[in-house]
Design a protein around this ligand. Structure first.
Ligand SMILES: C[S@@+](CC[C@H](N)C(=O)[O-])C[C@H]1O[C@@H](n2cnc3c(N)ncnc32)[C@H](O)[C@@H]1O
Length: 262
């Protein structure tokens, strides 16, 4: 896997680290301004309620869109440490009755076995900033994170969380994790079911033909009305949104990082 330059897409870029898992092997010999920018932009370990969009806006749209449906798959591909599917699980558990959230089936996968091991462990590294961020959407975040202990080790992790926490098992058990790659999972989309498909902040690491195959396959497979959620970082891929529009998606809320299958 190869990351494109973080601020340009010129072929003669100087900054061309190779990643097996994003920041995980981010290890520059000499730290430049660009590296610092990259470090802020490119994080292995994700983060709950990552600020690619307003989660209340997204969730409200999802609830409205799938009102009356009995099953909706929330599928998080390239989920890293599981923060992203955890954000959905927390939001549903904290804010909606079981009768309601029972229809949302949350699955998550990542190509990196270390990340999946961490995601499955039921512990998560969280900083004070993470708690602040979770608190924007969840009234009492500490209710769901207990037993502070030393951080879970992640190879070459550049984040500086001082503690890991045990995630409330009622919330964590809402998510099914497995090791898998994006393309394999996209090919398995059931065209008869609805999806909120999340492939976020990973496209710039992928080769062009892989990106094409992922986008074309998901466009072909996703049932009309399904939602595709991406991240701000994915907009670094040239013409990312235009490609989605050409493949039959529209943007229900302008400027938010999600599109819907027509
Ligand atoms: C920057 S993290 C993004 C995490 C999360 N989606 C987010 O937005 O916070 C990128 C993740 O993509 C995973 N990844 C990279 N290529 C992949 C592929 N082809 N299939 C599945 N996961 C992949 C990496 O292992 C890493 O955990």
């Amino acid at each position: 896997m190869r990351i494109l330059s973080v601020n340009t897409h010129q072929p003669d870029r100087k900054y061309t680290p190779h990643f097996s898992s994003c920041v995980k092997i981010y290890n520059p010999k000499r730290v430049t301004n660009l590296d610092i920018f990259a470090k802020n932009m490119v994080r292995t370990t994700s983060g709950p309620f990552r600020q690619d969009y307003d989660w209340d806006n997204l969730m409200r749209y999802i609830f409205l869109n799938f009102e009356g449906e009995s099953k909706v798959n929330i599928s998080s591909l390239a989920c890293a440490d599981g923060s992203e599917p955890l954000s959905y699980a927390l939001y549903l558990y904290d804010k909606t009755p079981k009768s309601y959230y029972g229809k949302f089936h949350i699955t998550a996968s990542d190509i990196d076995s270390e990340m999946i091991k961490v995601a499955k462990s039921g512990r998560i590294n969280l900083s004070n900033a993470d708690f602040e961020n979770i608190g924007k959407y969840i009234k009492n975040p500490h209710k769901y994170f207990n037993n502070p202990d030393k951080p879970v080790k992640i190879t070459n992790n550049v984040d500086n969380e001082r503690y890991s926490y045990k995630i409330a098992s009622d919330v964590h058990s809402l998510i099914q994790f497995k090791k898998s790659d994006i393309l394999k999972e996209v090919k398995k989309i059931n065209p008869d079911e609805y999806y909120v498909l999340n492939i976020k902040n990973v496209f710039p690491y992928l080769k062009e033909n892989y990106i094409n195959e992922v986008l074309e396959t998901m466009a072909k497979k996703l049932k009309s009305g399904s939602i595709f959620v991406y991240g701000k970082y994915d907009l670094l891929v040239p013409n990312f949104k235009t490609r989605l529009f050409n493949l039959g998606f529209f943007e229900p809320k302008q400027g938010e990082c999600f599109v819907q299958k027509i």
